[in-house]
Design a protein around this ligand. Structure first.
Ligand SMILES: C[S@@+](CC[C@H](N)C(=O)[O-])C[C@H]1O[C@@H](n2cnc3c(N)ncnc32)[C@H](O)[C@@H]1O
Length: 238
């Protein structure tokens, strides 16, 4: 066993401690990525279920200071509907995330806090109003279309003008393609930048939720899904 304990060694240890402290600070400031999301960007998450997607980003970034995570559900409902909801929210808050409940995507641009902010990325994964009518029925499709239309209008108002992006992830195929996401976005003055396959496995810990009815805590098969990225028509980047 090496029992040396002279001053030189102590000096070295002090220097190393200081150096590693500096490295920690530097790495805390360094840009970190999770897929196409950067720790340097101000990100608004909309329509969260158990907040596991927000937490996946927060853990990857090592901090959630640039994240604002929201749900339509009240805090009480999060506790009732999802077994990990409350603990996920707690960890997000501990990591510096602003969390708001009762945030309606259809009017979020009037929200007392959100309206004071502008975001680089606004993300809504698997928008859905809940199973009110059969999924393929005209009435259900109309409700989901209305949700998307109003979300896009509100997200546009909260987006940074220069290189802000709105990301909507949804399933492909029938009836989702009848929701006319791209057409709706274009009507709102947004333009489609890119469509990317959505692979749930790329977001460790993310547990996509049905969020409605008796099976609210259950996941649903993502199947073939894509992330649609939109920017403002007037934006000059990309
Ligand atoms: C299929 S779940 C997906 C939940 C979550 N985004 C995920 O990926 O696990 C649809 C989500 O949309 C939310 N939602 C429905 N209507 C909404 C609205 N008007 N404003 C905000 N969120 C809404 C629901 O509360 C639910 O969390």
């Amino acid at each position: 066993m090496d029992t040396r304990n002279n001053n030189d060694d102590n000096l070295c240890t002090d220097d190393c401690d200081q150096e590693s402290g500096l490295k920690d600070e530097e790495s805390a400031k360094a840009e970190k990525w999770k897929k196409h999301y950067s720790s340097k960007r101000k990100i608004l998450l909309v329509g969260e279920g158990d907040f596991s997607f927000s937490l996946c980003l927060a853990r990857a970034f090592g901090s959630a200071h640039n994240l604002v995570a929201t749900s339509l559900d009240s805090h009480g409902d999060i506790g009732k509907k999802y077994c990990n909801g409350v603990s996920n929210v707690l960890e997000l808050e501990e990591r510096g995330c602003c969390v708001f409940h009762g945030v309606d995507a259809k009017e979020m641009s009037n929200h007392f806090f959100l309206k004071t902010q502008r975001f680089d990325r606004i993300v809504y994964n698997f928008p859905h109003v809940g199973f009110i009518y059969p999924e393929n029925s005209h009435s259900q499709i109309q409700l989901n279309k209305r949700l998307l239309k109003s979300f896009l209008a509100n997200a546009k108002a909260l987006l940074k003008k220069d290189d802000g992006e709105i990301h909507v992830t949804q399933k492909e195929g029938d009836p989702y393609n009848k929701w006319d996401l791209v057409k709706k976005a274009e009507k709102k003055g947004l333009t489609l930048l890119h469509v990317e396959p959505f692979l749930k496995d790329e977001y460790a810990g993310y547990d996509n939720k049905r969020a409605h009815g008796k099976l609210s805590d259950a996941s649903f098969p993502v199947g073939e899904a894509s992330t649609y990225k939109f920017k403002l028509l007037t934006s000059n980047t990309h």
